[in-house]
Design a binder for this molecule. Sequence first.
Ligand code: SF4
Length: 337
Amino acid sequence: MSRPQLIPLHNASWQHQLRDAIRSREALADALQLDVHELPFSDQATAQFPLLIPHAFAARMRRGDPDDPLLRQVLAAPQETTDVDGFNRDPVGEVEQFRDDAGIVRKYQGRALLVVTGQCAINCRYCFRRHYPYADDARSSSERLADLDRLLREDDLCEILLSGGDPLLLSDNHLGSIAKRIAARGDVTLRIHTRLPIAIPDRVTESLVSALTGRVVMVVHANHDAEIDAATRSALTRLRDAGVTLLNQSVLLAGVNDDAQVLASLSDRLFEAGVLPYYLHLLDPVAGAAHFLVDDTTARRIVGQLAERRPGYLVPRLVREVPGAGSKRELAPLYNA
Ligand code: SF4
């Protein structure tokens, strides 16, 4: 089955695209030209974690294919409702162990992570924060800037991370205020973790790009080469041309990208767009996502095969998040000979 040509999105603003995103089984089946009963779908799963797919992302899925790898990432599947031993609601321990009253997560030395919103532009079913208590961390813009000012007075600080949810759902003005404050200190990097340039490439407006002053690293999140279409490439190129350092993190997902050739193509597409593949995460054991698990040996073998097909800078580091560890734990590739 071939992928569709890019469907024009009526030149809608990114905010309108978000408002009009797919939120029901019927709308999804309609967009993919599938009979509603062909979609393996669970109302219970979407009640726990809502279905949310922007049309710009759905446009990159194959029509008529219920097994499409992009669809699999966002489809509220019946397997999500089965309890599996070892899979829980706080898989990396950040809610219980590392978060303060302002929702600031301090896992690693010199770095502070601000969970700035609980909203995303797309709900990825494997997300390790799918059960995160975002409502507990709700902060007004002025409270958040006060939190940031407090952090920026610390000596041992090299990086402020904005995460969520998706930080690019904040207004350009607010993001600009954050970036300016960090840039004024001079020795701290602003890192933004976001899937919006992939989910809705039109989010990368001129106004956003000019708001991102100072030393900025953006870590985007794509898992499959089909996610990088012409609009995505153009959005990423706009960021790169403005001096933003671009990295990608993927999650290794069964039935999506557990294949060295798929990962090699993803690295190629990212590199064409000026993005280096940075991390390939093993799945965090979050409740509802066990059907995406790839075991360690298979994962290491896939990365070994990838390393034999691409230069080192196109081979992401295979990592696992270990609650309480001072950094991510890297797993070595496994080679055939
Ligand atoms: S965009 Fe990121 S934070 Fe949001 S659901 Fe997907 S993986 Fe989770």
